[in-house]
Design a protein. Structure first.
Length: 285
């Protein structure tokens, strides 16, 4: 066994080269969405046929981004009962070139800085681990806490809470219509649309209010996990983040991820990241 220390916590890695793959890897719902969407983020390319591209090519082009790094950070904070601001900064500094926004980049490098009133979708992209807590009340509380260390604007908090609530309800057997109804009545998002109707005029938008509802609609329209993240990417918006949000809910709902996607995604993550992915999976099995 090989020892690895993460924020003062010692964990152990198997020495075997092969990576065991679980079909219940909860965090990979968001992480695979991030990886699939990563090569399209700056292209602003719409894909009217969501199946006209390879999800994770073997020849490169895809990578994990800040969505994955910070999802893992929130998961680590939950597992080890650590402060969100401290843990998020720790992980961001380990991967300083993962593609953070300018305000977050400044925040992560300066321990003296507090939240900066952001309404960006960074709060929603990292929140999915909170959806695995035991009650909806706790989910909403932790989603708010995970957001407000940076994204303390009401829209930033709302985006995180809506996403986490969807993960929770999906995991606990809620139907798509029950989830849609709850989110609409609780958070006021317009979810009475389809990806097909949104795509023609949709533009790149990093705000929670302009990207989270569309991500949720990709889940509502999707036929399975992979279809969901492909629909999110097909909008040509903030592709990695929207696929991460949609994918986190779809994994909780369908309970399955195609084995090939899971294997390719795991091969792109670092050992340090995989420790938390597997630890979270065991913690919330």
């Amino acid at each position: 066994m090989k020892a690895l220390c993460i924020m003062g916590t010692v964990v152990y890695l198997p020495m075997a080269e092969s990576i065991a793959v679980s079909r219940q890897s909860h965090l990979l719902g968001a992480i695979i969405g991030d990886i699939v969407g990563s090569r399209f983020e700056r292209a602003r390319t719409k894909n009217p046929n969501p199946y006209n591209f390879e999800a994770i090519p073997n020849n490169g082009g895809c990578t994990f981004t800040d969505d994955s790094v910070l999802t893992i950070a929130v998961a680590h904070a939950l597992i080890h009962n650590k402060p969100y601001d401290e843990t998020i900064r720790f992980w961001a500094r380990k991967y300083p070139s993962a593609g953070y926004g300018a305000s977050f980049n400044k925040w992560m490098r300066d321990d003296s800085l507090g939240p900066y009133n952001s309404w960006g979708n960074g709060s929603a992209m990292r929140v999915s681990p909170c959806g695995y807590l035991p009650t909806l009340e706790r989910v909403l509380e932790e989603a708010k806490s995970s957001a407000e260390c940076t994204h303390d604007h009401p829209e930033g908090i709302k985006g995180a809470q809506a996403t986490a609530a969807c993960v929770y309800m999906a995991r606990h057997g809620g139907t798509k219509e029950e989830i849609r109804s709850y989110v609409t009545s609780t958070f006021g998002y317009d979810l009475d649309r389809t990806i097909e109707s949104i795509r023609p005029t949709y533009t790149f938008d990093v705000s929670c209010q302009g990207s989270v509802p569309e991500s949720l609609i990709a889940f509502f329209d999707g036929k399975d996990y992979e279809d969901t993240i492909r629909l999110a990417v097909s909008l040509g918006g903030d592709t990695d983040t929207q696929a991460a949000i949609a994918g986190s809910i779809a994994q909780a709902f369908y309970k399955e991820i195609p084995l090939e996607l899971e294997t390719r995604a795991r091969n792109l993550l670092t050992k340090r990241m995989l420790v938390v992915v597997d630890e979270f999976n065991s913690h919330f099995d």
